[in-house]
Design a protein around this ligand. Structure first.
Ligand code: FAD
Ligand code: FES
Ligand code: FES
Length: 1766
């Protein structure tokens, strides 16, 4: 049993004990046990009593105090959070009283008793901080030694006990203890007593304490003491502040010292002693706060203060030098040259009393310790007793000498801002202590709204935790949370998100990040290695989160099979599902899934995809051997021992005052806390919190006065099962609820069904921290579209609540309609779900439904439902009768989940039949009434109908029930057959250009997986870095009257609001530059589109900047400005067009009139519309700007266009380009979105840095990024097409209106790009009229395959239409119209290349075989014949994509050790550019053919792009940058090889061979220039070329829900001779999946003002692992030599995206089948005719509501009608 001091805080213990046990005799007997060790074997200091006094004496003391101790045996609550708590209690106050009695009566024992008392207090105070000293028996106690065992360094605080000793007693005690000055432990004991009992301590005595603390270097305690004195309004003098600053400095809390300086001293520098100023300067200097240092000095100068000695001047001069401010240095040196030359009278170290000499003249370095001490005494006397000003005089040279070189230690973080919150507050209770990657972190004060992510990213060196969405929807930020249960001695670990988890809630926990699993230094984890080997990391931004998800699954598998410690229990399905909540925009998930499955026991290793571990054809054994081994005993993390010890000794209760965070451990205590709030409206000032995941949805920015963490209340954490049902505490996490509901021994079928459904709620890391209660409260009070309420409503669950001691139980239905409990002080305690058991004659049915964009979670449902029915047989009719039913629906846009009572009543007692069901669904439609602001209302109604149909229809058809029934007629619950990906890539590697052509692992892939790879926001910035956030327009066209904040009060932290007015006069308001022009940085007087940048808020933190930008008030005036152009039609009407330069306007082909005349048939004026798409790069726009010397700036930018960025910044600031160094190392995904749109971000950042003269960082939040990004160009297309009866096309005429938005950007390339891909078919004649419209909508930009994807799709859409009108197989029409070389040359002219380069027909035929296309076409037909509610389609599409080479520089330098540094202009955006370049350099230098040159690969390092080093770097876009860079470095290598050859030959004259190292050494000695830079300029005749590919996809459509599932996709792509097949494969798969997003999922829309509607992961759904093709086969065609290509290679970055149109076409084909079937259901009634004919256009994206609508929103009714009235 644990000792009481490690248990519940004493105050609670006392309350509880007195409540539970009042009989004195009982108490005493327990007390006896306590004192003798009986029943309590770990009791601290109190035992010491028994050493010194007999038990008899003790009884005499105890008796009069009527001790109320103990509550018998420790009660153990089963605590779902894995922590057990005991209720054995003690009474501090009662126990301390005897000692005072003792002290009074027995003065002879004074010293001993004092020590005892001290230690007792210490133990009380220390009970949660220090390692326990276990005392078994009286004999084992050695009290005198105990003090040595205490960890004196650990700050100790404690909850306040009751019956605290009187002030005089403490005073007496402490003073006596202080007498024993040699015993510092006694002092600490006294201090801890002082802290524990609310510092009821005489201030005057503290001067002695401070002196001792200083002597003992107890800086932390010293800070506490001084702050407390100040908080009491005393000692408010310069001297005290001096002491405080010094102590803070020594405690390595420079930031705090700075804050105190700024707030308390720095405002009036008239009389601040120079000594103190010097001290502050030292702090600044040591902590690299150089800007502050020079600011302080300037401030002093502005007060006309003259520096007293040369040291100060020297320090300031040095600082200016370090800052590169040489002019200033010069000025200072000149101005104070007399001091530097030693003419000052005060250059000698002197020391004297303040009264004798002016403080400015004191030089602390010379102070002797004795003098310092004497002075300290004097000062303290003055400070504390007389409250007069004194000097700070405590600095000791030796101490500072030791610290001078040290850097502030982040591991004991105390952010200045946070400390300021607590300044002057009392400090009691426990500190926030936790571990990150095994290291201890102690946070002494923190704003309670701080998230774990904020802390990790700004206060630790671990940067693998990335911010991407900030709302729990992407998985980039996830970490492993480990909790230790001291009773079971067990560690529980699971994944959580860090962006919503509050820091205070992880007290006592251990956090593991991906860089904690392994890293460059300690070696990578097998997960990292396998991610690298399976090529599962491209840009790498998502990869650490992915690794954590997999790790979490491995750990779970391991721990659930503890007895067999092998990884063998991770199934392939679990491995795949582990990453279901993680988003990746680059890879397409397939390689990630393979990396995950490689850890699974049941995977067939041969099914794993392409990797760098083994070669095709190797045996299974060989394959296994080559996988990086995984050993759970070694590779799973362990819980840090120090934290275990802390947990054993403490109770996880944070100091409420400091942290504004309460951790009640009983409902009673919670009630007590809530009772302190006065009225119901006070509830707003406090917040109950469990997982805090609710803020992911509601984005609360409200500041709460206090957080109450209710997750530690045992009554609310329990799960109890009995015959009547299951009771679940409100704070139990959803994951634990699932586990409990799905437990093997649970016979309850209803529970299991609920569990299965709950597995689709959110994602694993939200389920691991989000509680069931939190969900129910959000649903009840905030209209949250909950799944759980629907489930519980159907299962007739009840909730238990408490308010002001009044308990209430409500059934779910009542609960949902009761007043919002968040408006009251009501607490939800638990949920009860009753057991449902069918009798022998009845059947119990329970089904749950949800339809969401992602089948296995991570998406809110359009609607959900849960149905329960008790049914029985009707003997007479042999039908099934509904005895009872509960039909619940939720999430459809109503206020909360509801029951369809009318339908329930209607069905009850009815025998099920088609007509009954028909009536029921008609009734239901009237009940499901979404609110008017709900989208897809009709769709939602149709889903409700579909669910009910699905529930009851099988009973009608089969006449029986079966609880595990299969769905008939083909409609399946998507989750029944969970995805299991398989892939079978065939990749051709080539050794011809070793190591080019080999599938080597991506450069830095393991580092990306571990999270060490540095992105812009990971760059550590200098102190005092400011942060920016954009204020954007919400109006399309208006005058901007003002920009400000409500009440004209700047929100906290705001330093400046920068607008166009802040642009220097010599500069320009320019935000970007493209080949077509420039655009504004800030809107000036007028805004021309919603989303346009108006201003940049600059604040001290990113959080403050974001909050302030959100609060900004922009006043608009729409008068006298005209109406905005908000559509392309309007733009045309008003001639608002951008002029396309002739060279960018494509040429028509042939004679359109002639072509039309040749046509047998024509389809005229068909209209198509295509929407936009957002990039969804995982790393949003980011920049960091650092002012540099001489009006220069260094700007780190996440950009694809560093050179343009440099030029824009220079133009904006009016400085030469050489003053601007733009550096880009890698970016976390770009996809074109960081080509132009990154420039304004970097420019605004640079402008702010210039203006504020300090570093400024901008990391745009997801919502702002989405609003400003622009995305793909929407367009309207109208076409007329002529064709012959055999399907041969003769003419196509198009009119296109492209919405470019408000700015030109790169929009003028669109006509050409669209036409380039559209020309893939032989149209006969082709004519077009393309207008690029200028609207007041967001400016659109390039997104992977801009224009090409639309062009390719338009072509397919037309072909589909032609085939449909001819009733021909569309595949045949496609084939007929594929180009031959001749027609290709007509449509593409010289770009067509050589005849043998035209591989499209070959690919077409190859795919037919590899995809088994013909057979599958037949089986799809068969499938459609057999299934009513599922239809399939299969489609094959060709693509042609034109690319162009661009001039590119490159530089290769061989260093003296033979290593090679390479610079290229191209940016590593995840496309593997660095890897290909690395290979090319190895190949190029290898041409020297010396020994070892074939192993050069590892010796090559790619450097970040730096615009001053790599001029003319242009931009990275258009798919060819990798090739261009490769060619540039190849040319460099050729030069170097030529230069090295003479040296080589020279060596070979005397030696048989030469090694690379020898060669380089000699070349160095001979001064051979080993650095070469080239500028690759492609031949104009071969700069452009065509890429070819073919893809076939098979899609299944669920006619009830409109859900689409990609059964299989096959792609063949011609990569020429791939430079790196692994990289190209990744590009193909990734592009294809991004294309799926465009065609099937991603809606990027604007409202009536043109403001983007979608704001983040809640409403923008990129593909996830469960929405990619279930079978995904990619083949790279090695098409041999291409003379004009770089080592015969071809591009792979963008073209494959076009192939994703195959998915859309296959969907269209399936819908066509559905419509045919619909029309075949002819019936008499004919009420439902929402599908009138087979012809239709399938919009893009083909999201579920769209698909369902085209299949017939009323298909169920129609079918039932048809069945009822055939
Ligand atoms: C990305 C994401 C996806 C999601 N997807 C789904 C989904 O598909 N389906 C679905 O149903 N839900 C979904 N959710 C909601 C999720 O289930 C809830 O966020 C979670 O259950 C809330 O629990 P929590 O412990 O984090 O609550 P908190 O965020 O800590 O609290 C939520 C609110 O409830 C109050 N509160 C909490 N507990 C109590 C109590 N016992 N008594 C009184 N007040 C209390 C809090 O004060 C707060 O106002 C999703 C959430 C996220 C972030
Ligand atoms: S950043 Fe936390 S889940 Fe996306
Ligand atoms: S690698 Fe996954 S987002 Fe880039």
């Amino acid at each position: 049993m644990a000792g009481f001091s490690s248990l519940i805080p004493l105050k609670r213990a006392f309350t509880s004990a007195t409540r539970n046990l009042t009989a004195p005799s009982a108490s005493i007997s327990v007390a006896r046990n306590l004192f003798t060790g009986g029943g309590c074997d770990e009791i601290y200091g109190w035992f010491s009593i028994s050493v010194m006094i007999s038990k008899t004496v003790l009884w005499n003391f105890l008796n009069p105090y009527d001790l109320k101790l103990i509550v018998g045996e420790p009660g153990v609550f089963s605590h779902s959070n894995g922590i057990r708590k005991y209720n054995t209690l003690g009474n501090t106050g009662a126990l301390t009283a005897p000692f005072h009695h003792l002290l009074r009566v027995n003065q002879t024992n004074k010293p001993a008793f004092l020590r005892v008392q001290s230690m007792s207090y210490q133990f009380v105070a220390d009970s949660h901080a220090s390692p326990k000293r276990i005392v078994k028996t009286e004999d084992e106690q050695d009290f005198s030694d105990s003090s040595k065992k205490e960890n004196a360094e650990t700050p100790r605080k404690h909850q306040i006990g009751e019956n605290i000793p009187k002030k005089d007693k403490i005073k007496f005690l402490v003073n006596t203890l202080l007498d024993m000055e040699d015993n510092k432990e006694a002092v600490y004991g006294a201090l801890d007593a002082w802290v524990a009992w609310e510092r009821n301590f005489p201030i005057a005595s503290l001067k002695r304490v401070i002196a001792i603390l200083e002597k003992e270097h107890q800086w932390h305690r010293m800070v506490q003491v001084i702050k407390w004195i100040l908080s009491k309004g005393q000692g408010n003098t310069m001297g005290t502040y001096g002491q405080l600053i010094r102590a803070l400095d020594m405690d390595r809390r420079a930031e705090e010292a700075h804050v105190i300086w700024r707030k308390k001293i720095g405002n009036d520098l008239h009389s601040v002693p120079w000594q103190l100023c010097l001290q502050m300067m030292r702090i600044y200097f040591r902590n690299n706060m150089l800007q502050e240092l020079v600011k302080l000095f300037k401030d002093l100068e502005s007060y006309d203060r003259k520096p007293p000695d040369k040291h100060i001047v020297q320090t300031v001069a040095d600082t200016y030098e370090l800052l590169g401010m040489l002019d200033e240095k010069e000025r200072v040196v000149t101005k104070y040259s007399h001091l530097l030359l030693g003419t000052a009278s005060d250059d000698k170290p002197t020391r004297s009393s303040r009264k004798k000499k002016k403080p400015e003249l004191r030089i602390p370095e010379a102070a002797t310790e004795g003098a310092a001490k004497a002075e300290l005494q004097e000062e303290l006397k003055e400070n504390l007793d007389n409250h007069q000003e004194s000097e700070a005089t405590t600095e000791k040279q030796s101490e500072h000498g030791a610290d001078d070189a040290s850097i502030p230690d982040l591991r004991t973080v105390c952010n200045g801002q946070w400390v300021l919150d607590m300044f002057g507050q009392k400090m009691a209770g426990e500190d926030l202590v936790f571990a990150v990657n095994g290291e201890k972190f102690e946070v002494l004060s923190v704003n309670p709204s701080t998230t774990l992510l904020e802390f990790l990213r700004s206060n630790t060196p671990f940067k693998s935790v990335k911010l991407s969405c900030g709302e729990g929807g992407c998985g980039a930020c996830i970490v492993i949370l480990s909790k230790y249960d001291p009773v079971l001695d067990q560690v529980e670990e699971y994944s959580i998100n860090s962006c919503l988890t509050l820091l205070c809630s992880i007290n006592g926990c251990s956090i593991t990040t991906s860089d904690g699993l392994g890293n460059t230094e300690k070696g990578f984890h097998p997960i990292h290695k396998r991610f690298a080997g399976f090529h599962a990391s491209q840009c790498g931004f998502c990869t650490p989160g992915m690794c954590i998800s997999l790790y979490s699954a491995l750990s779970k598998a391991h721990n659930s099979n503890n007895s067999q410690s092998s990884p063998d229990y991770l199934t392939a399905l679990a491995a795949e599902k582990s990453i279901a909540g993680n988003l990746c925009r680059c890879t397409g998930y397939r390689p990630i899934a393979d990396a995950c499955k490689s850890f699974a026991a049941d995977v067939d290793i041969e099914d794993l995809g392409f990797n760098s571990f083994w070669r095709k054809g190797e045996s299974r054994e060989e394959m296994f051997k080559k996988l990086p081994p995984y050993n759970p005993d070694k590779d799973l993390v362990t819980f840090p021992d120090f934290l275990k010890e802390k947990i054993k000794c403490q109770h996880n209760v944070l100091d409420q005052t400091r942290y504004h965070w309460s951790t009640p451990v009983s409902v009673a205590e919670l009630q007590e806390i809530l009772a302190t709030t006065n009225s119901s409206k006070d509830r707003g000032l406090i917040k109950l919190v469990v997982g805090n995941t609710g803020t992911g949805y509601y984005k609360e920015e409200k500041q709460y006065g206090r957080y109450i963490d209710i997750s530690h209340i045992p009554e609310m954490s329990m799960i109890k099962k009995d015959d009547r049902g299951i009771e679940i505490g409100a704070v139990v996490t959803i994951s634990k609820v699932i586990d409990a509901l799905m437990e093997e021994n649970t016979s309850a079928y209803v529970f299991k069904k609920i569990g299965v459904h709950m597995e689709k709620v959110a994602n694993h890391f939200i389920r691991n921290s989000g509680s069931i209660g939190g969900n129910l409260v959000m649903a009840q009070s905030k209209k949250f579209p909950s799944d759980i309420t629907t489930l519980l409503l159907a299962a007739d669950a009840s909730v238990y609540m408490i308010n002001a001691g009044r308990h209430e139980k409500l059934r779910m239905g009542e609960y949902l309609v009761s007043p919002p409990i968040l408006d009251t002080k009501t607490v939800l305690l638990k949920v009860h779900i009753p057991s449902w058991i069918a009798s022998s004659t009845t059947g119990l049915l329970f089904e749950t439904y949800r339809t969401a964009l992602r089948p296995i979670g991570s998406a809110l449902p359009y609607i959900n439902a849960a149905f329960l029915a008790v049914v029985s047989h009707d003997a007479s009719s042999r039908g099934i009768i509904v005895d009872k039913c509960r039909l619940a629906f939720g999430s459809f846009g109503g206020y909360h989940s509801i029951r369809a009572r009318e339908v329930e009543d209607f069905l009850t007692g009815k025998i099920l039949s088609h007509s009954v069901l028909y009536e029921a669904v008609r009734l239901l439609k009237g009940i499901i009434v979404p609110s008017i602001d709900t989208s897809y209302t009709e769709y939602k109604k149709s889903l409700a109908v579909g669910f009910l149909f699905d529930f009851l229809y099988p009973l009608i058809e089969s006449g029986s029930w079966d609880s595990e029934r299969k769905h008939i007629d083909g409609h399946v619950d998507p989750t029944i057959c969970l995805p299991l990906l398989s892939s079978a890539q065939q990749v051709f590697e080539s050794k011809e250009y070793h190591s080019v052509g080999e599938a080597i692992i991506k450069f830095g892939a393991e580092m990306q997986a571990s999270g060490e790879a540095v992105y812009v926001d990971d760059i550590a910035s200098l102190p005092h870095c400011l942060h920016g956030a954009f204020i954007y327009s919400t109006k399309p066209l208006a005058w901007i009257k003002s920009v400000g904040f409500g009440g004209n009060v700047a929100p906290v932290g705001v330093m400046a609001v920068i607008t166009f007015k802040d642009i220097p006069q010599v500069g320009q308001n320019i935000g970007y530059i493209s080949m077509f022009g420039t655009g504004l940085l800030f809107a000036d007087e007028v805004t021309i589109s919603a989303g346009q940048i108006i201003a940049l808020v600059v604040a001290d933190t990113q959080k403050h900047a974001d909050m302030a930008a959100n609060l900004a008030v922009v006043e608009y005036d729409s008068r006298n400005i005209g109406t905005p152009v908000l559509s392309v039609e309007d733009a045309v009407k008003r001639s608002s067009l951008f002029e396309v330069p002739p060279e960018y306007y494509p040429e028509p082909v042939g004679d359109i009139s002639k072509g039309m005349a040749e046509a047998d048939r024509k389809i005229r004026s068909v209209e198509l519309r295509l929407g936009s798409q957002y990039f969804f790069y995982m790393e949003t726009q980011a920049a960091l700007a650092l002012p540099d010397e001489d009006n220069c700036l260094v700007v780190y930018s996440s950009t694809q266009s560093p050179e343009y960025t440099q030029s824009v910044i220079a133009t904006c600031l009016g400085i030469p380009a050489h003053n601007v160094r733009v550096i880009t190392r890698r970016i976390g995904g770009g996809f074109g979105g960081k080509a132009i749109k990154s420039m304004p971000v970097a420019t605004a950042c640079a402008l702010a840095a210039k203006k504020m003269q300090c570093p400024v960082r901008i990391y745009v939040n997801r919502k702002t990024d989405m609003i400003m990004a622009g995305g793909r160009h929407p367009m309207k297309i109208t076409y007329s097409v002529g064709f012959r009866s055999d399907g041969k096309l003769t003419a196509l005429a198009l009119n296109m209106l492209i919405d470019a938005g408000c700015d030109v950007d790169v929009s003028l390339v669109m006509p050409q790009n669209i036409m380039n891909s559209l020309r893939k078919y032989e149209w006969g004649a082709l004519s077009f009229d393309i207008k690029v419209c200028k609207t007041n909508l967001p400016s659109r930009t390039s997104l992977r395959a801009p224009g090409e994807v639309q062009g390719s799709y338009i072509a397919e859409s037309i072909i589909e239409n032609v085939a449909s009108s001819l009733n021909m197989d569309v595949d045949v029409v496609r084939r007929i119209n594929l180009h031959n070389y001749e027609s290709l040359s007509k449509f593409y002219k010289q770009v067509a290349g050589e005849p043998d380069e035209y591989t499209l027909p070959l690919l077409w035929d190859k795919l037919e075989i590899s995809a088994d296309f013909r057979r599958r076409v037949e089986s799809v037909k068969e499938f459609n014949r057999c299934n009513i509610w599922r239809k399939r389609g299969i489609s094959r599409v060709p693509i042609i994509h034109q690319v162009v080479h661009r001039p590119t520089p490159g530089k290769v330098s061989i260093l003296n050790d033979g290593s090679v540094a390479v610079e290229v202009a191209g940016i590593e955006v995840g496309q593997g550019l660095w890897t290909k370049v690395q290979q090319m350099v190895a190949y190029g230098l290898g041409m020297i053919k010396c020994e070892g040159s074939e192993d050069l690969l590892e010796r090559i390092r790619l450097l970040q792009t730096d615009t001053l080093s790599m001029a003319q770097s242009s931009y990275t876009a258009g798919s060819t940058t990798s090739e261009n860079c490769c060619e540039a470095v190849r040319l460099c290598c050729s030069i170097l090889v030529e230069r090295l050859k003479p040296t080589m030959n020279q060596i070979l004259e005397n030696a048989r061979s030469v090694t690379w190292d020898m060669l380089i050494q000699l070349a160095y000695a001979q001064s051979v220039d080993l650095s070469a830079r080239t500028f690759y300029k492609p031949e104009s005749s071969s700069a452009e070329y065509l890429n070819y590919g073919v893809g076939a996809s098979e899609v299944e459509v669920d006619l009830v829900t409109g859900r689409t599932e990609i059964i299989r996709s096959d792609i063949i792509y011609d990569c020429g001779k791939s430079l790196n097949p692994a990289v190209d494969l990744g590009q193909i798969e990734g592009a294809f999946v991004q294309g799926i997003g465009f065609f099937m999922y991603e809606e990027y829309t604007t409202n009536e003002n043109g403001l983007v509607n979608e704001e983040g992961t809640w409403d923008y759904k990129i593909p996830t692992i469960d929405t990619i093709p279930k079978q995904f086969n990619v083949q790279i065609l090695n098409s041999g030599h291409h003379n004009n290509r770089i080592l015969s290679s071809k591009a792979s970055g963008e073209p494959p995206l076009l192939v994703a149109a195959s998915v859309h076409c296959a969907t269209r084909s399936a819908i066509r089948e559905a419509r045919k079937q619909y029309l075949s259901w002819n019936c008499d009634s004919g009420d439902h005719t929402d599908v009138s004919d087979i012809g239709f256009e399938l919009p893009v994206p083909a999201i579920m509501p769209v698909v369902k609508q085209l299949c017939g929103l009323e298909s169920v009714e129609k079918y039932l009608e048809w069945k009822t009235y055939p």
